[in-house]
Design a protein. Structure first.
Length: 69
């Protein structure tokens, strides 16, 4: 992981609605991963979209289990 490629994004847990800052590693390009909620510990599925041209974070979609398409 490259520290200069970390982007912070304010999000809400889809289970308990807790707001928290999510660190996203854009050096991996577009990808899917999971992150546990810092409050309720539920597994949050993340779909990360990164522009192939600029390397900038375009979107982070959060969902419960298989909600993210």
């Amino acid at each position: 992981m490259h520290e200069e490629m970390l982007t912070s994004r304010a999000v809400h847990c889809p289970y308990c609605s807790t707001a928290f800052d999510l660190l996203v590693d854009t050096s991996q390009g577009s990808h899917m991963t999971w992150e546990d909620c810092p409050r309720c510990c539920a597994p949050i599925q993340l779909r990360v979209s990164v522009s192939p041209q600029s390397g900038e974070l375009e979107e982070v979609a959060l969902g419960r289990d298989d909600d993210v398409v």
